[in-house]
Ligand binder design. Structure first.
Ligand SMILES: Nc1ncnc2c1ncn2[C@@H]1O[C@H](COP(=O)(O)OP(=O)(O)OP(=O)(O)O)[C@@H](O)[C@H]1O
Ligand SMILES: [Mg+2]
Length: 79
């Protein structure tokens, strides 16, 4: 079962594209190493997953719920 799903997410800050169509899936019981060079977009991705930033396009889900729209419900179960 996919606990976390990122589907074709793009994030633009003005004209700058920080995330360009990323995909990611983490299943129940998995430990996922999220690594990348400085400026790769790790923090931006996590902010989108936490509902702090809204993706420009694409979808991000945790527990099958939308990371932006359902942030309050998701936050009852994550820390
Ligand atoms: N609010 C913002 N406005 C404009 N550009 C931003 C903003 N936040 C991040 N960026 C840019 O988006 C890109 C991705 O940044 P991000 O902080 O997500 O990378 P990171 O992988 O977490 O880097 P680090 O390893 O240094 O923490 C960088 O080029 C950064 O300068
Ligand atoms: Mg960072």
């Amino acid at each position: 079962m996919a606990i976390l799903k990122v589907n074709n997410v793009t994030k633009r800050f003005g004209h700058f594209t920080a995330l360009d169509g990323i995909n990611l899936e983490v299943n129940q019981g998995e430990v996922y190493g999220f690594i990348g060079p400085n400026g790769a977009g790790k923090t931006t991705t996590i902010r989108i997953l936490l509902g702090i930033l809204q993706a420009t396009s694409g979808s991000a889900q945790i527990f099958g719920m939308d990371a932006w729209r359902d942030a309050v419900e998701i936050h009852k179960r994550i820390a």
